[in-house]
Structure formats: C-alpha cells, structure tokens
Design a protein around this ligand. Structure first.
Ligand code: NAI
Ligand code: COI
Ligand code: MG
Length: 359
C-alpha cells in the first residue's frame, strides 16, 4: 500500500484533481494495487482556513507519504498579501526546497491526434515535437539570497540574486544526461553565458559533466535563441537542460506548442527518489469554477507518480495510452477544441476512466 498526500490547492486544482483520483481508482482496480490517498489544504485555501499557505499538518502528511500529488496554488484573491505569505512563495517553493526536489521533468509531446491544436506550422509539427525539459528546481534566482526591497521614492530598489553552486549544476546536468540516455542521446543546455556570470559557471560545469557521458551529444544555446528555435525548428531538441527560471519560461512555451497549458505534466524529484507531481500550469483563475479545465496534465502527472515514485510503470503506461486513445476518439475540452464541440472537465475524466477500463 502506497501513501499519497493529495494537495488539490486553488483555482482549477480541485477540479482536475477530482478527475485524476477517479483515474487512479480505476488504475488500482485494473492493476490490483492500493493507494491510501489523504487530502490536505495547501496554498490560498490553506491561508483562508488555517492562516498559512503550508500548514504544519500538511507538511507532516507529506513527510509521512510515499509521494505528493499536487494541484496548483495561487490566484487574485491572495495577490495583495505580503509576497512571502502568498501561496506560491509560502507553500510551493518551500515544499520544493523542504523535500529537495531539485529535478523537474516536463515531457512535452504533440499527441498525433492533437497536431492541429498546435500553434506551430503543420510542416514543423509534422517533423515531430517530443522534448523533455529538465529544469533545475531548487536554486537560481527564485531561491538565491539576498532578495529584498529598500529605499523609497524614485530611488526605491528591489533585487533578487541569481546563484548556482557547482554541486547544484552538476546534479541537474547528470539528471539530463541520464534522461537523454533513455531517449535520443542529445542534450541542449539552455543558458545566458554571454551575459550572466552564473551561467558561465553553468556552462563550464555542464561541459565537465558531459565528459562522463561520451555517448550523449551536448549542445549549448542562449535562452533567447532557444525560445525562437522552439518555434522554428523544435525537431533539433531532445532533452533541454535549463536552470529554474529559464526552465519555467521555456516549459510554458513547450506546453503551448503541444496545444494547451492543460496538457503538460511534471515530476519534481529528489536525490532519494521522493517526488511531487503536478501540472506545469497554474491555478488558471480565468477558467476556475466553470468545469472546463483540461484535467490531462494532472492525470499524466499522476501517471508520472506511478512510474517514478511507486514503481507501477504498468499502470502509468496504461494511463498514458488511455489519454492518447481518448484524444484519438476526438474528446476535447475547450482549450484543445479549436472552437469545435467540447466536453467538461468531468466528461474528459470519465472518458479516460472508460478508456482505461477498455484497454
Ligand atoms: N504550480 C503552481 O501551483 C503554479 C501556480 N501558478 C499560479 O497560478 C495563478 C495563475 O497563473 P497564470 O500566470 O494565469 O498561469 P496559468 O498556468 O494558471 O494559466 C495560463 C493560461 O493557461 C490556461 N490553463 C492553465 N491550465 C489549464 C488547464 N488545465 N486547462 C485549460 N487551460 C489551462 C489558463 O486558463 C490561462 O489562460 C497565479 O497565481 C500563479 O502564480 C502559476 C504557475 C504554476
Ligand atoms: C511559483 C512558480 C515558480 C510556479 C511555476 O510557474 C512553475 O513551477 O512552473
Ligand atoms: Mg511556470
């Protein structure tokens, strides 16, 4: 029996999580394993109910669990709080740091059935789009100290610190090279070494680490060029190795190239293999509460959890296949329907459950 901490969070989080738990229940029945799922509050809802974004009880539950299934946090309601108390900085970043979840895997692939939903030219999509973003998740400018604001009037200043240690770069580079060995043996490291000292070290360490992976081809690209090449010639990329901020930005671009923010899952993993699994997108306040969010990113994140933390690759594969089948059948939430007929979040969840049963 595996213990799962389920943290739906805010906005569309609870809506897509409900569908994901249905899919997990179907997977347990089909593959005869047991998950003990326990819900806990995180993010804005936790601020409202308990006065803090990451209550002690939620952290304790996560510590006692085999994996964390996370929805998303944040929204306009909490934006006026002091930054450190807001859902993102008060819950999500501390969770990532506390569990040392340094390696964020974001696999972005255009499903054949959704080629038409990609904003890329059909000729480019036709060459295939299948990229793994390996994003460092516990360092960089999001965590570097000092951060702050000081002064007032026109001289008021605000600052963040971009910092990486050799150790941090080496371990994420290793993750990227190892991942590339299971794919097409190509890593492109994304940096800004022409301007940022942090990124000069990044490139040096990536080059040094690459010597231990002679079977993997390493290229380097500046982040501005990378965003452009992703649109122009994405076929050149296999594994994209990125720091925290560049990976955050690039992975949203990758998600949209696959057709929607609601399609991109993610796994955030520590050196010990403990993981938090969440969609790459956020709480989508613009569509929250309408029952139209796409649950696929959350469902595929649960499949990643089964694969990476629970050693249930069989069930994970079956969920991946069920999602692909549902898309082949033409089931579409509004974000991928291109104005055509669309189903609700719940109907998409039901369709995946049905496809899983039938497989
Ligand atoms: N991991 C997390 O909890 C994250 C939280 N956030 C927070 O979420 C809030 C909203 O952030 P935004 O910048 O608007 O980014 P967002 O990712 O929530 O939304 C961007 C766009 O993608 C769409 N979208 C996202 N997920 C979707 C889904 N499953 N189905 C259909 N459409 C989907 C939204 O409707 C919106 O148009 C903010 O408070 C932000 O800080 C943002 C990113 C990650
Ligand atoms: C709080 C943010 C760093 C969350 C986010 O945008 C992400 O992880 O992709
Ligand atoms: Mg992001």
């Amino acid at each position: 029996m595996f213990k799962i901490a389920v943290l739906p969070g805010d906005g569309i989080g609870p809506e897509v999580m409900e569908e994901t738990l249905k899919v997990l229940a179907a997977a347990q029945e089909k593959f005869s394993f047991e998950l003990a799922c326990t819900n806990a509050d995180v993010g804005g809802i936790a601020i409202d109910r308990h006065g803090q974004a990451l209550p002690e009880a939620t952290l304790e539950l996560c510590e006692k669990s085999d994996a964390i299934l996370f929805g998303s946090v944040g929204g306009p309601k909490w934006e006026s709080l002091p930054p450190a108390r807001q859902p993102e900085r008060g819950a999500l970043l501390p969770l990532r740091k506390n569990f040392n979840l340094f390696c964020n895997l974001r696999p972005a692939k255009v499903f054949p059935a959704l080629a038409g939903a990609s904003p890329l030219h059909p000729d480019i999509v036709g060459q295939g789009f299948d990229i793994l973003c390996v994003r460092e998740l516990t360092g960089d400018i999001y965590f570097g100290q000092p951060k702050g604001r000081e002064g007032s009037g026109p001289d008021e200043r605000a600052f963040d610190t971009m910092v990486y240690t050799r150790r941090e770069i080496e371990r994420i580079a290793r993750s990227a090279f190892e991942a590339a060995r299971l794919r097409n043996h190509r890593v492109t490291s994304v940096d800004k070494a022409n301007v940022l000292t942090t990124m000069v070290l990044w490139r040096e360490v990536v080059v040094e680490t690459a010597r231990q992976y002679p079977d993997v081809t390493l290229n380097h690209i500046y982040v501005d060029n990378a965003t452009m090449q992703l649109v122009k010639n994405p076929h050149q990329f296999d594994v994209l190795l990125c720091g925290n901020m560049f990976g955050d930005i690039i992975s949203d671009e990758c998600a949209m190239i696959t057709g929607s923010m609601g399609l991109l899952p993610s796994a955030s993993i520590s050196e010990s293999g403990f993981g938090l699994y969440e969609p790459a997108g956020g709480s989508a306040p613009d569509i929250a509460g309408q029952g139209i969010a796409n649950p696929i990113a959350q469902i595929l994140s649960a499949a990643m959890m089964l694969r990476y933390s629970l050693d249930r690759g069989d069930a994970a594969d079956a969920i991946d296949v069920a999602v692909a089948r549902v898309l082949e059948e033409g089931v579409r939430t509004p974000d991928i329907a291109a104005g055509g007929p669309a189903v609700s979040t719940r109907e998409m969840g039901d369709a995946v459950v049905r496809a899983l049963h039938d497989a």
